[in-house]
Design a protein around this ligand. Sequence first.
Ligand code: NAP
Length: 259
Amino acid sequence: MQARVFRSLTMSKTKTIVIGGITGGIGAALARRLVASGHTVAGFSRDPDKLKALSEELGIATCTCDATDCAAIEAQLPEFHQQLGSIDGYVHAIGSIYLKAAHMTPENDWLNTLHLNLSSAFYALRASTKLMMKQGSGACLFFSTAAAQTGLANHEAIAAAKGGIEAMVRSAASTYSSRGLRINAIAPSLTDTPLAKPIIGNPQALEFSKKMHPLGEIGQADHVASLAEWLLSEEARFVTGQTYVIDGGLSSVVPKPKA
Ligand SMILES: NC(=O)c1ccc[n+]([C@@H]2O[C@H](COP(=O)([O-])OP(=O)(O)OC[C@H]3O[C@@H](n4cnc5c(N)ncnc54)[C@H](OP(=O)(O)O)[C@@H]3O)[C@@H](O)[C@H]2O)c1
């Protein structure tokens, strides 16, 4: 009896969550977890075939939308809002990995990195907060990288873009806290998703990456999705303005030398 009461007190209420980048490694892992927990999920990305496959697998609404197009996001999120009745959570699982030293980075690559990572996040923040403010509640979640807080070689462009996301998250958390909104970010290190394929598909690079992590492994999409699910839940209702690093100890732990 006691166990039943405890369970009903801790169970999260069912939410409506929209995921940008829903067909990606982390976006799809999160969508699967949320649907399995009984939440209503919808989302977008650009490839219609991948969207169709995920919609059929999970029975969810999806559509194509390019997050670097401000007007497109401004139009798409209200459409989801109308379809779903509310948007309790918005997750922006869109971005890139760009590894080149600054002096080797062409201007166009720099601008594309900023546009895809930082501008798209800003557009999504604008569009989702407008809707959530009317509801008086909601949670937004963005993605940074472990390389934003820790100096890792050849990450200058992506670290700058993701560092911008972390700063945006803190400011937005302050702006919207009195409106009942929570804004947070997750900063993963190398995680096994399609985005990381060029690195982890190379056995030498994979071995090197594992050795950089004190826990001896790279991340899995579900590790990150599990943290994301918690940040969207009622259990995280006292958390805002934070960036949670999930990186097998890479950024903060000096491994004990092997005897
Ligand atoms: N994987 C890692 O090692 C790693 C490490 C640190 C941080 N992160 C961050 O974690 C987040 C999720 O990454 P992931 O590894 O899951 O990436 P992923 O597997 O490449 O998935 C990215 C998703 O975003 C969509 N997308 C890309 N560009 C888009 C655009 N302009 N408009 C709309 N949708 C777009 C992709 O689908 P379409 O291409 O079909 O549009 C896909 O659904 C990103 O912000 C990434 O920077 C990842």
